[in-house]
Design a protein around this ligand. Structure first.
Ligand SMILES: Cc1ncc(C[n+]2csc(CCOP(=O)(O)OP(=O)(O)O)c2C)c(N)n1
Ligand SMILES: CC(=O)[C@@H](O)[C@H](O)COP(=O)(O)O
Ligand SMILES: [Mg+2]
Length: 624
């Protein structure tokens, strides 16, 4: 559909009216496609004009590069680089990614997915080009949410004074996933509200003389924009100016004329430039404009109404977490909840409404969130930091240095632990056992069922000491009643460090030890093996650290082979930890040591031999 403009030569010939038509058809295309595949709709609808303008003004086939921060807003860029026909497979197994991927197209300069990396990467690329004598601009497109991440500040601090030909485009829509928070957000609001049309009072050349970073050679080229430049605000007071950037803006990010004027201008400036673009999240689609949070990362929906249709009736782990937190907070007045810009997705909205004084959204600032939590513990408060497994990686040193070495009592509620599906390799939560296990004093639980999850959250908040991590996956939660033929022991403080022996025999072919929700696969594997005539004992490891080695050793002594099933990577995973403590070899079912691609959990389990059938087949071979 967009094949004729996918080559930038065509786009460059289009006039404003044609571009507006193009923007409108891209929006319809995005709504239609994302309504079927799911994806990051609101953010993408907000940057259609900005992306078109960038493709028109800069030359990605030559030496200009764009780094998309987070990268969840790169769909229009994908369309303009010839990938529109692949959108039916957006975020699907073997399909195109919802994030930039250098393997898909060379104009996806840098892979992203986690927030706040773009300025550092762009700054490095710009420096490298400078060293190699390559011309061209390097452009970081970063959202106001991503701008709350510490790494963005580190990069701004460094590159404003040092990096030529770097352009930072701040896409300010006043939203992270939820409403953006913090001082930066307030400062941006002030800038947005400042007089947008601060006209130059003098001749344009004279005005440019007052901008220290613009040299004489660039003035010549700029005179042709003389009339347009009257619209550009150059606000000498912004924090970005103080950091060494030439600040331009704010401009209306849905107005092509303003965008072209400012982008063309920035092209002529050698020194680092900071362009403030104001956009509307969800632009052009009322359901997304009205509920940008809901349509930030949405499943399938009805395009005409915005009605969500892929809703699961079952309660999710995040919802169960949020409900339990509300109950616990009622009794324990010292309990607080912390999120790094994800109140909605971690299930904390109700908590934030019921207990606004005890709820803290710190922005996309996982490192700060951990050390901030550590501070709470010093004054006798019990902080629960709800965070996705993949984003907690950001705070590795803070977990070690500020929490675990000091044995402080905080709870890491680790959501999206295990494979996450459509977001792919940048977001897979398959490393947390490996990265948390070496932390001294750390307790790690991996519940399989809602009943155990609620109980262990309560025990962790009220009875335990030191740092506690509770890992749980994306999606629907399971209950005891889902496994009517298994009898589960009641989880209490006295047995919370124990592995749960769910089925045991004096002599047995196989002992299966499962981790967390992999219990489901373990139960199904057991059934398959039983049908093949093999006997199977079953243990739910539950407590990963400290590992209940005595129970597992006792069960292992009765078995011909011992098998572990987990949703972590093999290296540093539960299987390896167990093997290092049991003096026998173990057959370990875990994710392979390679980037784990996008795809449904089922597809990934098939790919990595973690489905009940493939596990049973492998065990059968080993037993024979
Ligand atoms: C380190 C990290 N933490 C959290 C997230 C989850 N996340 C993805 S997008 C987003 C909000 C980004 O807001 P902004 O940069 O303003 O982009 P917008 O969606 O508003 O266009 C968040 C919190 C992430 N990708 N990376
Ligand atoms: C882009 C990003 O990092 C988040 O928006 C993430 O995609 C959310 O994932 P969930 O859909 O699992 O909440
Ligand atoms: Mg934003």
């Amino acid at each position: 559909m967009f094949s004729e403009i996918s080559n930038t030569g065509e786009l460059k010939k289009m006039n404003i009216e044609q571009l507006q038509k193009l923007a409108s058809s891209i929006r319809s295309f995005l709504i239609e496609k994302v309504s079927k595949t799911g994806g990051h709709l609101s953010s993408n609808l907000g940057v259609v004009e900005l992306t078109i303008a960038l493709h028109k003004v800069f030359d990605l086939d030559q030496n200009d590069d764009i780094i998309w921060d987070v990268g969840h807003q790169s769909y229009t860029h994908k369309i303009l680089t010839g990938r529109a026909n692949k959108f039916d497979m957006l975020r699907k197994y073997d399909g195109i990614s919802g994030f930039p991927k250098t393997s898909e197209d060379k104009r996806d300069t840098f892979n992203t997915g986690h927030s706040s990396t773009s300025i550092s990467a762009a700054s490095g690329i710009a420096k490298a080009k400078e060293l190699k004598g390559i011309s061209g601009k390097t452009i970081a497109v970063i959202g106001d949410g991503a701008m709350t991440g510490g790494m963005a500040f580190e990069a701004l601090n460094y590159s404003g004074h040092t990096t030529k030909n770097l352009i930072i485009i701040l896409n300010d829509n006043d939203m992270s996933i939820s409403k953006n928070v913090g001082g930066i957000s307030k400062a941006l609001k002030r800038l947005r509200n400042a007089n947008r049309y601060l006209k130059f009072k003098q001749d344009v050349k004279l005005a440019l003389d007052n901008i220290p970073v613009v040299g004489t050679p660039t003035k010549k080229g700029l005179t042709k924009f003389k009339s347009d430049l009257k619209k550009i605000v150059i606000n000498g007071d912004s924090v970005f100016e103080s950091m060494g950037f030439t600040y331009m803006g704010p401009v209306d990010g849905h107005n092509f004329e303003e965008l072209f004027t400012i982008l063309e201008h920035s092209k002529t400036v050698e020194e680092p430039v900071f362009i403030h673009v104001h956009t509307k999240k969800g632009k052009g689609y009322l359901p997304a404009e009205n509920q940008p949070e809901l349509f930030h990362g949405v499943g399938c929906f009805e395009p005409s109404t915005g009605r969500i249709i892929c809703n699961n009736d079952r309660i999710t782990w995040s919802e169960c977490f949020g409900n339990t937190m509300c109950k616990l907070a009622e009794k324990n007045k010292d309990l607080v909840a912390i999120t790094a810009a994800m109140p909605f997705s971690t299930g904390l909205v109700e908590f934030s409404q019921k207990y606004p004084q005890r709820f803290f959204d710190v922005g996309i600032a996982e490192q700060h969130a951990v050390t901030f939590s550590a501070g709470f513990t010093i004054a006798g408060i019990v902080p629960v930091f709800a965070v996705y497994s993949t984003f907690l990686q950001r705070a590795y040193d803070q977990i070690l240095h500020d929490v675990s070495l000091q044995n402080l009592h905080m709870i890491f509620a680790i959501d999206r632990s295990g494979p996450v599906g459509a977001d792919g390799e940048t977001h897979q939560g398959v490393y947390d056992i490996s990265y948390l296990s070496p932390m001294p004093n750390m307790t790690i639980f991996s519940p399989a069922l809602a009943e155990d999850f609620e109980a262990i959250l309560n025990i962790s908040v009220n009875d335990l000491n030191g740092p506690v991590a509770i890992r749980y996956p994306r999606g629907s939660i399971l209950h005891r009643s889902d496994f009517s033929n298994v009898s589960f022991p009641k989880l209490e403080y006295r047995n919370c460090f124990k592995a749960k022996v769910l089925e045991t025999y004096n002599t047995v072919d196989v002992l299966i030890v499962s981790v967390g929700v992999m219990l489901k696969n373990a139960i199904e594997t057991k059934k398959l093996l039983n049908d093949m005539g093999f006997s199977v004992s079953l243990v739910d490891a539950f407590c990963i650290k400290p590992i209940d080695i005595s129970t597992i050793r006792r069960e292992s002594n009765k078995a011909k082979i011992v098998v572990t099933i987990e949703n972590n990577v093999i290296i540093g995973g539960f299987g390896e930890i167990l093997q290092s403590q049991l003096d026998r070899s173990i057959v370990k079912f875990a994710y392979k040591d390679e980037p784990i691609p996008q795809g449904s959990v089922k597809e990934l389990e098939e790919k990595y031999g973690l489905s009940p059938q493939s596990i049973a087949d492998k065990i059968k071979k080993l037993l024979r």
